[in-house]
Write a protein that binds this ligand. Structure first.
Ligand code: SF4
Length: 548
């Protein structure tokens, strides 16, 4: 007999809460949220100063060690000698060395020589001469002993530097144009806005418990020198036809899993209002950001779900209580500017941008840089979001001598296209999440390619990551290399990479495609990149970029 009963209508399933505070979900939904609720992570500083620095590594409470320490720039470092195959199989404590990575935030990337020398001295004295330049304008030390941390803070803070909120679920370092105030192309100097945000909000407990990290960028340079398309929030110099120079606002960019490009709010903000608008947007993230799943706890997911119109509406009605001024889309540069090379400043002096290989720097080297810079009449340098250094305020007569002296230190103002456009993350040497080696491999790859394809006449960006995270922005490179274990020709598991091809930032921004068949072992890497490059050079139309 045919079934004639009417099926019982299903009740709509209650939507699971995402842990959004503004919707009433104040109870922690995971261990990270619980830890932040149990104790404001900024409080860990007192315990480091009063307890851990005296009693040593073994005395550290695990919830501080693998959680709250980050708010003061400290991550446990990978124990030496553990291969990538064990990364996912060991417990965190089995991977922990009893030393730390320590990140120094350099908001806007600006360093005077006293600061540069302090950073260098800490490296040689406490960090086994490590001082990598990160792609967020930070300096990152390794081998830090918790017993030395209070002294390091004292030294850094005595020259106006800090490690506060350098990591953790909070507002991280604010990227800024390395050539702020001196570039002839700059629309407006963004440094006052960076300084105001840093002094008002960094360390403010109103923002020390965000759903996850929050990446900011402020640059008055129109050349996207702070990679605005992959920050949570970015203010980029733009001229309003009636109101003049100010900033175009972008929100919701980010990489790692589910990479998304930032979207324009379509609003123009004058410099005096940048801190207030920044506060409104970070407040939206704090209040409405998803806190249930760490993988979805970035602003980009909220922007994607709401849409940019609703995001602007909420910002205006609930946080600013006023309308923002509309702005049509400004021109987007072909690719982000890296400031490498010799460039004239707006005051007639010059700045000199130099490339190491993949940001690998030492304290000894930074000391020598300080001496060379001073000897050539400059008093300041800047770090860049491309793992480069810029020497500012150089008289024309000093330029060539400075370029030569820096080249002797391995820092090149006229580098090969390979050296200029290759980046690498921390990798297995120190990072607990890493599966493969990155830094030395990147250095070797650059040297090899400089020999094999010395006349490369166009930039090909190579970004090397040690794991599926994207600290070195693999999705946005021409050749993105994601570290994983692969099989070699004998069928043995070895360190290698999944290749992503054709990513870009700027005018043709988009994420590289994962080419399933393209997995290379570390040993095959130079051959692979050479083959790919020669194929592109032979087949390109005259102005076709690699990403096309
Ligand atoms: Fe570590 Fe992975 Fe980030 Fe590299 S990409 S620094 S290996 S987490």
């Amino acid at each position: 007999m045919a079934q004639t009963d009417t099926p019982t209508p299903r009740r709509p399933r209650a939507k699971r809460g995402e842990g959004q505070w503004a919707l009433g979900y104040r109870e922690p939904l995971n261990a990270n949220e619980q830890s932040k609720k149990d104790d404001n992570p900024l409080n860990v500083r007192a315990r480091i100063e009063n307890i851990y620095a005296h009693r040593g590594f073994e005395s550290i409470d695990p919830s501080d060690l693998r959680g709250r320490f980050r708010w003061w720039g400290l991550y446990t470092q990978r124990k030496a000698g553990i291969d990538g195959g064990k990364t996912a199989t060991l417990e965190p404590e089995e991977l922990d060395a009893d030393r730390f990575m320590l990140r120094v935030r350099i908001d806007g990337g600006q360093l005077n020589l006293e600061q540069l020398r302090t950073v260098a001295e800490i490296s040689t004295e406490f960090a086994q001469d490590t001082a990598d330049l990160t792609d967020r304008q930070n300096v990152q030390y390794h081998w830090i002993d918790v017993r030395d941390v209070p002294t390091i803070w004292e030294r850094l803070e005595s020259v106006g530097l800090s490690t506060q909120e350098a990591c953790g679920d909070c507002p991280r370092v604010i990227l800024g144009s390395p050539v702020a105030g001196v570039s002839v192309d700059e629309i407006i100097d963004g440094r006052p806005a960076i300084d105001a945000i840093e002094s008002r909000y960094i360390g403010d407990r109103a923002f020390s418990n965000l759903p996850r990290k929050f990446k900011s960028a402020i640059s008055g340079h129109p050349g996207h020198d702070v990679v605005p398309q992959i920050n949570d929030i970015a203010f980029i110099g733009a001229v309003h036809p009636e109101h003049g120079p100010g900033f175009d606002v972008w929100v919701g960019g980010g990489l790692s899993t589910n990479p998304m490009l930032a979207q324009r709010l379509g609003a123009w903000v004058p410099i005096d209002e940048v801190p207030e608008v920044w506060e409104g947007i970070v407040s939206i993230f704090r209040d409405y950001g998803y806190r249930r799943l760490r993988a979805r706890a970035r602003l980009k997911f909220l922007v994607a779900d709401w849409g940019i119109e609703k995001f602007r509406e909420v910002l205006q009605t609930e946080y600013l209580e006023r309308e923002l001024i509309d702005l049509d889309a400004p021109e987007v540069p072909t690719t982000p500017v890296d400031h490498v090379g010799v460039h004239q400043q707006n005051d007639g002096k010059f700045y000199v941008g130099v490339a190491s290989a993949v940001g690998r720097i030492s304290g000894t080297l930074l000391s020598k840089v300080a001496d060379v810079v001073e000897a050539h009449g400059s008093q300041r340098v800047a770090t860049t979001p491309m793992q480069k250094l810029v020497v500012l305020d150089v008289e024309e007569a000093q330029v060539e001598s400075l370029v030569s002296a820096l080249a002797e230190l391995g820092l090149h103002a006229r580098p090969s296209a390979w050296r200029q456009n290759t980046m690498a993350c921390t990798g297995i040497e120190y990072c607990k999440l890493a599966i493969v080696e990155t830094k030395q491999r990147g250095i070797d790859l650059v040297s090899e390619l400089e020999q094999r394809v010395p006349d490369l006449d166009t930039p090909i960006t190579i970004n090397i990551n040690g794991c599926p995270n994207s600290c070195a922005r693999i999705q946005t490179a021409d050749i993105g290399l994601k570290g994983q274990l692969v099989l070699d020709e004998n069928g043995d598991q070895v360190e290698g990479f999944q290749v992503h091809l054709g990513g870009a930032l700027g005018l043709q921004a988009g994420f590289g495609r994962k080419i399933r068949a393209h997995k290379v072992t570390g040993a095959q890497l130079p051959d692979y990149v050479e083959r790919l490059t020669r194929g592109y050079l032979e087949e390109r139309d005259h102005d076709e970029s690699f990403a096309q």
